[in-house]
Design a binder for this molecule. Structure first.
Ligand code: MHF
Ligand code: KIV
Ligand code: MG
Length: 290
């Protein structure tokens, strides 16, 4: 008898009911600029849990299991300490909660920079453990060889240039990028190198708007902006940031809701009712039959 554990993705989904929407694919995203169909901006948000994925899935094109889970979930100061196991576990949860969106997983710091071989080993681990479709990694020209190596071996790669948070110790903070001419040229060159290496999309984070526009016009694959420009081919935000759940957010975040406020009010009410013994009532308790 085989002892191999087979992940049955059809039954491991938290929501197995038939869905009307089709699953989006990586090639459709890569062809976004040339496909005559819609060219509507791509909608991308982060997701770290199954329930969050369920709520976002039908309304997004891409769900990113971002290493920003460092700050958002784990209370860490930077994304540096994030491990492959952390990423794989959250990615598996997100895949179980999604049907339509392409699920992309961030490769954590230290898991891919050394060589294309190291990147391949780490990426296969992430994809096998989670069922996600693609990985994202930070860096430009210096990562082009790795992007091509993975792509040729069946692993689609999303690039990420500009403000690359895993390089915080080199950059010295999270300030916007591209203020000098050499920096601006480097960002556009990095985007071109990733595009030519076969990246299916590129995140442009924290770059001056004219550079985001120039990079978007210079590449064949779609660009996805965060703190970049509405002229990018798509946008991404950290879900907790835009929901108003996270306390310290970058300036480029638009807070669409105040979920932290809703949670606080609700907990205040619960605490009052517990202390007043007005919760639970008869509806929320089990009484013996008479
Ligand atoms: N919750 C969250 N949202 C993010 O967008 C995010 C993460 N976490 N973690 C990973 C990276 C880190 N990012 C960050 C973090 C901080 C700033 C920030 O504080 N920016 C300041 C300017 C800082 C400076 O000029 O030195 C700002 O006011 O926008 C920006 C991007 C983006 N990513
Ligand atoms: C902010 C996005 C692009 C990201 O890389 C993350 O959430 O980790
Ligand atoms: Mg990230």
């Amino acid at each position: 008898m085989s002892t191999t554990f087979q992940l049955d993705t059809s039954t491991s989904r938290a929501n197995p009911t038939p869905q009307p929407m089709k699953r989006l694919t990586v090639p459709k995203i890569r062809a976004h600029k040339t496909a005559g169909e819609t060219r509507e901006p791509l909608v991308m948000l982060t997701a770290y849990t199954a329930r969050q994925a369920q709520l976002l899935d039908a309304h997004c094109d891409i769900l990113l299991v971002g290493d920003s889970l460092a700050q958002v979930i784990y209370g860490l100061a930077t994304t540096i300490p994030v491990t492959l196991d952390m990423m794989a576990n959250h990615a598996a949860a997100v895949v179980r909660g999604s049907y339509h969106s392409v699920v992309v997983v961030d490769m954590p710091f230290g898991s891919y920079e050394q060589s294309p071989q190291q990147a391949f080993e780490s990426a296969t681990f992430l994809l096998k453990q989670s069922g996600a479709a693609a990985v994202k990694l930070e860096g430009g020209e210096q990562m082009a060889e790795t992007v091509s190596f993975l792509n040729q071996r069946g692993i689609p790669v999303m690039g990420h240039v500009g403000l690359t948070p895993q390089a915080v110790n080199v950059l010295g903070g999270y300030a916007a990028r591209g203020r000098s001419d050499t920096e601006a040229e480097k960002i556009v060159g990095d985007a071109k190198a990733l595009d030519e290496a076969g990246a299916f999309a590129i995140v442009l984070e924290g770059v001056l708007e004219p550079i985001a526009i120039e990079a978007t016009q210079a590449v064949a694959c779609p660009t996805i902006g965060i703190g970049a420009s509405a002229q990018c081919d798509g946008q991404v935000l950290v879900t907790e940031d835009m929901l108003g759940m996270f306390d310290r957010v970058p300036r480029f975040v638009k807070k669409y809701a105040d979920i932290a406020g809703v949670i606080e009010q609700t907990v205040v009410q619960y605490a009052e009712e517990v202390r007043a013994r007005s919760f639970p009532t008869e509806d929320q308790t089990y009484q013996p039959k008479r």
